[in-house]
Design a protein around this ligand. Structure first.
Ligand code: SIN
Ligand code: CO
Length: 376
């Protein structure tokens, strides 16, 4: 198949099995070489054993020692070593047939060795992978059902799927290749002894990873004197509000903020600005207040004292109002949010509504406010 046809019809779209993609495949390394590599410092290696009776999976992260291998029997375990292409030039040569892909899109070649029944369980990968059968046989089961559940077991670091119903199954022989796009549930299990699989894995950074790095990149390059500035400021009428003018100034300071709507910008900035410079963390009271206890104590004249280290701000977005306290966001009635921002000690003239009571309870139980009885 020509690369253009593969890219058009399969790449990132559907799995493809190519029998004898590598005719008379001669593995570039032997299982013993892989075990030796797994014992080296700085090598990413995992030894995965499966106790079938108890359905218990054990993952032992490298570097591994000889004792680790001495404990493995002749079934139900696998050794996986990442980045083998960096350590072994013969393995790296296996990347040659994949040079129709951008070189930077390729992450590594992972090599696995398994005894009969060995594997990592049914799972989903977030990147494309070309699985080349190197030695022995492996049974592959995959699901191309787009509605297949993808929830994984929380108890195992291998992120195995809770439910897996295969739609296709094959037995791969040396030289066979299975291409899987991201998100396809799969399970590869060694059939018989000495099963070695070489996986050419792609690099697919998450949007979160890219965003974090881009933010760091920009932060390093933006001049220090490019700052939030408000020469147009007018006297505050609603104390503590992050208002429309603030949003406009934020958008001027951060040109890339155009990518976010007002609600997201407010939520981020409210959390950020109430955390900023907060050198101390307020301590929560030993005994949290129940809703009933708070309601009973909110008598006329009761006073709310704000902790000196607590920073507050609030914002409105549509009908919703949010109070920010030291990086946290709470739904709030606007008049109460405003009063809490304006006064470090506040005497309540009337009892707040249910949202207000819940807000006060959250702030008291986090240590931001304390409640004093009225003076007699
Ligand atoms: C393997 O066990 O070699 C493959 C692991 C995987 O399915 O990603
Ligand atoms: Co996988």
């Amino acid at each position: 198949m020509r690369p253009a046809q593969f890219l058009r019809d399969y790449w990132q779209k559907r799995p493809l099995l190519v029998r004898q993609a590598f005719p008379s495949f001669d593995p570039p390394l032997q299982p013993e070489d892989l075990a030796g590599l797994a014992c080296g410092d700085g090598v990413l290696a995992r030894l995965v054993t499966h106790d079938e009776k108890r359905d218990h999976w054990q993952v032992h992260n490298g570097p591994l020692g000889e004792d680790d291998f001495a404990r493995t029997g002749n079934a139900n375990w696998t050794l996986l070593v990442q980045d083998v292409d960096k350590w072994d030039a013969d393995v790296a040569r296996l990347l040659q047939p994949f040079n129709f892909l951008p070189s930077w899109r390729v992450d590594d070649i992972m090599v696995s060795y398994a005894e009969d029944g060995g594997g990592v369980g049914a799972h989903v990968d977030q990147y494309d992978v070309f699985l080349i059968q190197g030695l022995g046989q492996r049974h592959w089961a995959i699901s191309t059902d787009p509605a297949a559940p993808r929830d994984f077991r929380p108890d195992v670091e291998l992120k195995q799927l809770v439910h897996f119903t295969p739609t296709h199954e094959w037995l791969l022989e040396p030289g066979d290749l299975l291409y899987l796009p991201p998100g396809v549930p799969h399970d590869g299990i060694a059939v018989g002894a000495r099963c070695m699989t070489l996986s050419v894995g792609m690099r697919a950074p998450s949007a979160a990873e890219l965003t974090g790095d881009l933010a760091d990149y920009l932060a390093e390059r933006l001049p220090d004197d490019r700052r939030y500035a408000d020469p147009d400021l007018v006297p505050a009428t609603r104390s503590g509000e992050i208002d429309r003018a603030t949003l406009r100034r934020l958008r001027q300071t951060l040109p890339f903020a155009a990518a976010f709507d007002d609600a997201m910008l407010l939520d981020w900035f409210g959390r950020f600005i109430t955390r900023y410079r907060n050198a101390q963390v307020v301590a929560a009271p030993v005994r949290p207040l129940s809703p009933a206890a708070l309601t009973a104590r909110l008598v006329p004249g009761a006073m709310l004292l704000r902790h000196p280290w607590t920073r507050l701000a609030w914002s409105r977005s549509g009908h919703a109002c949010t109070l920010y306290a030291s990086g946290e966001a709470y739904p709030a009635p606007a008049p109460l949010a405003q009063a809490l921002c304006a006064q470090s000690s506040l005497v309540l003239s009337n009892r707040p509504d249910a949202t207000g009571i819940e807000l006060l309870r959250a702030l008291i139980n986090a240590g931001h406010l304390s409640l004093r009885r009225p003076r007699r």
